[in-house]
Design a protein around this ligand. Sequence first.
Ligand code: NAD
Length: 464
Amino acid sequence: MSTPPTTAPPEGPLTVLNPATEEVVATVPATTAAQVDAAVVRAAKAQSGWAALAPGDRARLLRRFADAVDGAIDELAALEVRQAGHTLGNARWEAGNVRDLLEYAAAGIERLTGRQIPVAGGLNVTFHEPLGVVGVIAPWNFPMPIAAWGFAPALAAGNAVLLKPAETTPLTALRLAELALAAGLPEGLFQVLPGHGTVAGRALVDHPGVRKIVFTGSTAVGKEIMARCAGQLKRITLELGGKSPNIVFADADLARAAAAAPMSFLDNTGQDCCARTRILVQREVYDDFLALVAPAVAAVRVGDPADPATEMGPLISALQRDRVNAYLTPDQKVVAQGEAPSGPGFWCPPTLLAPEDPTSPAAVEEIFGPVAVILPFTDEADALRLANATRYGLSGSLWTRDLGRALRMARGVNAGNLSVNSHSSVRYWTPFGGFGESGLGRELGPDALAHFTETKNVFFSTEE
Ligand code: NAD
């Protein structure tokens, strides 16, 4: 069923650091494999009662959970600023997104209808049966929203959820579980299991009582989870990395495209799987575009994430800063760079690179930091060739005033989420997910609840 770990599993409590100051915010006990087993038993017990509730009653309880989150937005946002270094504005939006996801999922419960399909000699109907216990393994880059993309529809569809937050960011998830209980969700139905990925995460993946894993994180861990789930034919949804293009044609509104480009890769300090980190610009306007975008990148306000004027905070950890710095080698051609605080904190300045070689690591690998590359292209075919020259396929943006070109390019780019003349990509009511090594399956959107069910077909004979 599973490959044994090659190194000794990590032990001990989780130390949560403030990434802006390196001060210890909290120490949290790490869930052991035996505690995961016990949590699955509690969850299974709670799930059978939850699935048996009238749909309207389940919906009401989820709306109460949403209200509790709404009442705690300031508190949750402050916690996210401290544990993840998110800017205050982003953190408030993220807590509000959890509320919205719960309300949207709650509204789906009474609408999770099956079908009546015409057959001879009887009645044929389909039911959406809940899966049972679902494991959600969340990353540290958007600890609240990404967890809720899994737990809100999973709960709404009648499942219990075990959520394992990332090692560095367990605090908002733990608070959400308290709010769920206070709102009246049954004990055991939604449990948060902070812990190490290779201990608590693996225990969830390997447990036969967990019927689906929703994972967001690195492609390497996603592949391992897929392989381990195969042994049990366990359902999976994977949201993995990205190296998304931002394609600017000569006919675009260059000023608008240049104004939008910096935050399309610097928001959340570039720790965003949808970050537009490959800026592809048609050669005849390349110099003009660079002249507009370079000062805009350098002007981004980097600093204390709790200051409402700050646009970009620190990276999540020293490890992540080391990973990002590994791409900023002295041979790189830096065409724009901003400022970052010195002293404590995991800081990295906004940086735009212009690599000679479009296949170099900085141009094709996910850096997950405030770094993008800018590359010229000649025509549509060349833009498509460059855009599709990575193993990823999550997001992308196209800037052009030519509708036909926008449509041709949108159909040609291998990515799950594209945006024309803007950078929007994630809305809780539209489907989200990746092509290629960016993932498997879709989250969010009108089908979100159905992804946490099995379709059952039942035929009732009317023969006497
Ligand atoms: P990761 O994939 O190691 O961790 C993500 C989650 O998976 C965490 O909760 C972690 O505890 C858990 N996990 C780790 N190993 C596991 C295992 N063997 N079994 C079960 N669960 C396990 O991500 P990371 O190391 O924190 O970040 C590394 C890189 O991944 C980043 O630099 C970035 O490129 C990418 N990343 C992408 C996303 C995304 O949104 N797609 C999010 C985080 C990280």
